[in-house]
Design a protein around this ligand. Sequence first.
Ligand SMILES: Cc1cc2nc3c(=O)[nH]c(=O)nc-3n(C[C@H](O)[C@H](O)[C@H](O)COP(=O)(O)O)c2cc1C
Length: 324
Amino acid sequence: MQLRNLQIPVGAVFAPMAGLTDAACRHLMADHGAAWTVSEMASAKALNFNDQKSFALLKDKNPHGLYAIQLFGAEPETLAKAILLVKEKGIKFDILDINMGCPAPKITSSGAGSRLLLDPPLCGRMVAAARKALGDDTPLTVKTRIGWDAENLTGVEVAKQVEANGADLIAVHGRTREQMYIPPIDTAAIASVKQAVRIPVLANGDVTDADGALALLQETGCDGVMIGRGALGDPWLFAQVRAALLGEERPPEPTLNQRMAALRAQIYEMCEEKGEWAAMPQARSQAMHYMKGLRGAASLRRYCSMLEHFTDVDRLIEAVYRLQ
Ligand SMILES: Cc1cc2nc3c(=O)[nH]c(=O)nc-3n(C[C@H](O)[C@H](O)[C@H](O)COP(=O)(O)O)c2cc1C
């Protein structure tokens, strides 16, 4: 796939997940074959107020592979100004993504995230403003849902608007805002978005293995898949999907040693990046994902919830080996 001047490697894209997709997590997924990774979302308005924490969410000192930054907002001018500020600060990124899918009330109440889906022309104006601020060279993508609720399945209309105003790709999470993250995704609704536009469309939702990725592509006719939760604790999924897409032999499942080494390295990088005090609460949830399918997983997950210092990770790993 080619987006403007950017050649995209074959593979699934690692979905943005605020609070989870920090630099360590993105680097891990990129190193295992994610086509690109996305920052945590930052508020266009907060960037306009020069909020340093928001700039920090976007700044990756050493991005691995292609790196997208994601902004959310509800006003075209504020979004455009935020993009100019990010460029002025010299923050490195390959792709700019606009969040039109976040269902959280604290985001939608300001008119941003999935709330934009109730106003497709505004979605178009957001993209037009972003495109102008970004210039012609950098790919601009939109992350969206199939609609706001069952009465407002506006995904197709939004896709047409954003395409007409300069978006290069749309990633569609196959649920409405009302559905949040729970019911099965609507593959037919994703397929309708794909059929409505000529730019590439990524299908997103509930992929946990390579066969699931292939099935989703077949059912939706999409150009690629985006994977979020399924890759947590399982970065090897990206190599599996890449092999499946290329029709190559699938790599072997990771050994226990590889899994524990990846867990330790990820938490180590988190501690290096933000300090042990800030990293360890987030490390607990990351560690839990690595316990999937292990003997004694329930008690190991309890162990994960008590991680306080980096040295506790080694004790957790010892407990894992004791129980297998
Ligand atoms: C904890 C969490 C945080 C998320 N944060 C974002 C976000 O910041 N931006 C965004 O576009 N989507 C966000 N999402 C949605 C995911 O990118 C993705 O669309 C959704 O999880 C469905 O894909 P999956 O089943 O592969 O996880 C988030 C999802 C979760 C579970």
